[in-house]
Design a protein around this ligand. Structure first.
Ligand code: KG4
Ligand code: ZN
Length: 337
């Protein structure tokens, strides 16, 4: 069973061919970074227009690199939510048209579940496990029970972690995309130069929740207040101190969840999981019990979409041509989706 996966939820135009949910035959990602860099953020109008220009070529290249023709595909999987609506619609409409013309099934995929699946492309992972999804739009800690079923322990009550990285990088003009720029600068900085505050969500229903707007405000508007004057106020030191605080918030909650639930296996996904301090810390805290996707499967890609799509298709679950794109997922607290 070969599935073509298409991902256009934000600024990566991506397609992949994956066999049996695991074997990645191709994984093509065309990034729009250069077009958004002048604005220090993704401009939705530019993103959807670039997807329209590129989608045909990206899908053709994915098929070529897999050594396949479109007729060799058994199904098409495509991200339909959450994301930028114009961008989502390009991939979704393209997938629907192809599936209709080839008379093969297509399935709309939730982007968050796809990020959670990414690690399964490279390892046999048994359910349940503690799942951590950290991206530009989401910060979720959950007990993952199956490819389509996660029980949410905590989520952000304001900004997402990646969003905080991007906003801090934009304010100090550290580079674009923000997360990767801060990661690079932080490697040359001292994380003790600033002692930024962490959210005080220790108890009750909120003990697994995240909050990043206070940290963002501290870094942007109250820098001097948290400055240890033994160290110079450099971009590198701001980046390192911010990164450590932002990631330690995550590490504390994962540790708490491992202790409380007794579940020792930790699997992570999403763009921020490319962060070297987060990867190193998870590895040193949880050793072999932590499973991280390689870098190319952390940020947006088509392989994770095709991979999870396989499981829907073999379970006879498919979408109809009426499926519409959705910018967000309706309010979730206990289960996802
Ligand atoms: O998963 P993703 O590609 O798109 C969304 O679904 O949001 O994640 C993008 C996010 C951005 O906020 C970006 O700044 C962040 O992932 N990111 C990083 C790193 N690489 C990407 N954050 C921290 N360190 C990185 N190395
Ligand atoms: Zn993503």
């Amino acid at each position: 069973m070969k599935v073509l996966g298409i991902e256009t939820s934000c600024d990566e135009c991506a397609a992949a061919v994956v066999e049996k949910g695991r074997d990645v035959l191709s994984n093509v990602i065309l990034t729009q970074i250069d077009f958004h860099r002048p604005y220090y953020g993704v401009v939705p109008e530019i993103a959807s227009r670039k997807h329209i220009e590129w989608i045909y070529q990206v899908v053709s290249t994915a098929l070529d690199e897999a050594g396949m023709e479109i007729e060799d595909m058994d199904a098409i999987a495509v991200t339909y939510r959450p994301g930028l609506i114009g961008s989502l619609l390009v991939g979704l409409s393209f997938a629907k048209a192809m599936a209709f013309s080839l008379d093969i099934p297509f399935i709309g995929i939730d982007h968050i579940l796809a990020h959670m699946y990414a690690a399964h492309l490279e390892a046999d992972i048994e359910y349940p496990y503690l799942g951590l999804i950290v991206s530009g739009g989401h910060t979720i800690l959950a007990v993952v029970k199956d490819y389509d079923k996660i029980e949410v322990l905590g989520t952000t009550i304001d900004d997402a972690c990646g969003e905080a990285f991007d906003k801090v990088a934009k304010y100090y003009q550290l580079g674009f995309p923000g997360g990767a720029a801060i990661d690079r600068l932080a490697r040359r900085g001292n994380s003790g130069a600033f002692r930024f505050p962490k959210p005080s969500l220790h108890k009750g229903d909120h003990r697994y929740d995240f909050s990043y707007s206070g940290l963002k405000t501290a870094v942007i508007n109250q820098l001097d207040q948290f400055w240890n004057r033994k160290y110079p106020k450099t971009r590198e030191n701001i980046a390192a101190s911010f990164e450590k605080t932002a990631i330690d918030i995550i590490l504390e909650r994962v540790s708490r969840a491992v202790k409380d639930t007794g579940i020792e296996r930790v699997v992570a996904g999403g763009g921020v999981v490319a962060n070297s301090y987060l990867r190193g810390s998870l590895k040193s805290m949880f050793g072999d019990q932590v499973i991280l996707p390689s870098m190319k499967f952390c940020t947006d890609n088509g392989a994770m979409v095709a991979g999870i799509g396989y499981h829907y298709i073999v379970n006879n679950r498919r979408s109809t041509l009426e499926l519409n794109a959705e910018a967000r997922v309706p309010d979730f607290r206990k289960t996802y989706p």
